[in-house]
Design a protein around this ligand. Sequence first.
Ligand code: ADP
Ligand code: MG
Length: 313
Amino acid sequence: MGENAIEIVGLQKTYGGSGSQPPKEALKGVDMAIPKGSIFGLLGPNGAGKSTLINILAGLVVKSAGQVSIWGFDQDVNPRQSRAAIGVMPQELNLDPFFTARQALDVQAGLYAVPKAQRRTDEILAMIGLTDKADVYSRTLSGGMRRRLLLGKAFVHRPPILVLDEPTAGVDIELRQMLWSNVRKLNEENGTTIILTTHYLEEAEEMCDEIAIINHGAVIARDSTAALIGQMDAKTLVIHPEGTVPDHIALPPGVTLEHRRGGGIALSYRTGQTSANAVLSAIHEAGISILDVASEEPDLEDVFMALTSGAHG
Ligand code: ADP
Ligand code: MG
């Protein structure tokens, strides 16, 4: 397999219906290769199928069709090895309330058959900032601490691949920073491949080298973060005019105008259709004198909107 931490081919999942619920096709034939050593973002709106995909990787959900190989091990041929290569921090807080943080880590290490001598419980407790809470019951931990404990549990067997399912949904900024610095450190120092799901565009843009966008159970884009953003040719010039702006300005075709707070006017256009020069000329011809001008590049949100708008269900 070589350079990929994970290879997925034709992955399908249909949840069986129950009672009046019809069956739900959550994944509709997903192909995906996730390079070793990357921080890979699986981005998509709620209900897109992110957790389903993650839970199949983790061995928690049984796929309906397709092939999954993890660290070179086919899930169906070598289930034990493929499971050992991955650690998953689930979206839901599923901690046993009557274990202490230390016990929770120990039990998890036991489940993965990590020999006692190789357990690094104290090191993991320090990494997740729970050294001073090591011996209290997890039911008394705050929500943020529980999440950190889940991160620690995902890592007890030192898997080369760490998967985080919506790790920062509903957590405060401080915890978010701490999670991200932990994750970056694992990636940089250990070379751990990180896969995270998020519906926060900002997070994917900031954290991930590569991104797959998933919507309605299908991958609709897959590229490096920079290339995804680069493929958008939308651009905006924000002009701060001197004095007032006339009600009507004749603009080149396809250019849209929006008034910003503070008196600025934002002119959006596509570089394939119009040039900055043509936009600025139109402003001059309208008799507007320019105090200041700034340009805005597209971000992942623009890409995301362009890809998911008008998508079918
Ligand atoms: P995401 O994590 O992107 O929000 P999920 O993978 O959780 O999406 O869900 C994808 C779709 O599958 C949703 O429509 C969801 O309602 C449905 N789904 C998820 N889990 C189950 C389940 N256990 N039984 C039936 N439907 C499910
Ligand atoms: Mg989810």
